[in-house]
Design a protein. Structure first.
Length: 353
């Protein structure tokens, strides 16, 4: 009989954490496990639930605060061999349930560097953060996406180093590759992000206003700053050069139509969308944020500007759009380092201890 594995997320929306666990579910179902993905709400869905061998369970509770008893009954009835959870509020929920249900392997994934995120937490996030240290004690392991995040977790929460495991995020293989035969005087930039303060999109628009008129920017994503960003575009008279696409489902396909991916974030755990850009051969210019040093190789697949150095970021965008890139090599390199098979094996090894 196959051992049961549950992966718990808040939704199947476009978030990076949700994407990672959706991919991991596909890795685990290829082996000796019976895999279930548990989520709280179905109204935000960017990832398919029609995957052979994977059971998708909608608790229909919307919020973590309403999910305790349903998750408790589910785990008590199913008795899974392992439970993986991700993001602060889902980690706390899972930990609370684990006080009353025995799970042989209980593993959390930290989704952000807590020290970098301090200035961007809303009231609810700050509330959850107060309990993080306590509830992390229930887990056998906590996955950090970078060494930098591991250090932050140790210093902020006092978690024992041997419980913290550094595992990067995976990338899924695609046949897509940027077309190097398209010649155009336009320089097409794209950013894919939640439209929120920590993503630094306002300063990206400031940079756009200083770039030559043939530089175009596509902004893909949804979030609370949509209206204010559109207003900022109008104020800077960038209407003809900036396009808003809203939420995307086929992210790599859209990125492949552009010349450069730009990441303007103030903080990241490990930017999945950068992996998606590189997976179709599109180079990246980013501010220095969590995980970016593990992904970008200067001059080979992109450039990194120091945090909040807008002048340097602008220069690197122009430099990147003026040189020739080997799209196929960029694509092959990111697969060699972050293929789902490699990352999934690291997660699977946590169940051997």
């Amino acid at each position: 009989m196959k051992k049961k594995i549950f992966l718990i997320v808040s939704s199947l929306g476009a978030g990076g954490s949700e994407r990672v666990y959706w991919l991991l579910s596909q890795y685990f179902c290829m082996g000796e496990y019976d895999v279930s993905v548990v989520f709280l709400r179905a109204d935000e869905q960017c990832f398919s639930t029609k995957i052979e061998g994977i059971r998708f369970i909608d608790l229909k509770t919307i919020k973590a605060s309403r999910s305790f008893f349903k998750l408790y009954r589910l785990l008590k009835t199913e008795r899974p061999f392992a439970v993986f959870s991700t993001t602060d509020h889902i980690n706390i929920l899972t930990s609370m349930v684990a006080f009353f249900v025995t799970v042989p392997h209980l593993i959390a994934r930290a989704s952000n560097n807590p020290q970098q995120m301090k200035g961007f937490y809303d009231k609810k996030a700050r509330f959850y953060n107060l309990f993080t240290r306590l509830f992390f004690t229930r887990f056998n392991f906590i996955v950090c996406q970078t060494k930098e995040m591991k250090v932050s977790m140790t210093e902020l929460y006092g978690i024992e180093s041997n419980k913290l495991k550094v595992i990067p995020n995976p990338v899924l293989k695609t046949l897509l590759l940027k077309d190097d035969k398209i010649n155009s005087t336009k320089k097409r930039l794209i950013v894919v992000a939640r439209l929120s303060k920590e993503k630094g999109l306002t300063r990206l628009l400031e940079i756009m206003s200083q770039l030559p008129d043939n530089y175009m920017l596509t902004i893909a994503g949804a979030g609370p700053l949509m209206a204010s960003l559109k207003e900022e575009v109008s104020l800077r008279t960038l209407d003809s050069r900036v396009t808003f696409l809203g939420q995307l489902s086929a992210v790599p396909a859209q990125i492949a139509k552009h010349d450069l991916f730009v990441l303007s974030s103030y903080t990241e755990g490990f930017p999945n969308v950068v992996l998606e850009a590189l997976s179709v051969g599109v180079p990246v210019v980013s501010f220095r944020v969590g995980g970016i040093n593990d992904v970008i190789v200067e001059s080979f697949n992109g450039y990194v500007a120091e945090q909040n150095d807008l002048a340097q970021f602008k220069k690197l965008v122009i430099k990147a759009c003026s040189q020739t890139w080997n799209y196929a090599e960029i694509k092959n390199d990111v697969y060699e380092r972050f293929a789902l098979e490699n990352v999934g094996r690291c997660y699977s090894n946590l169940l051997l201890n």
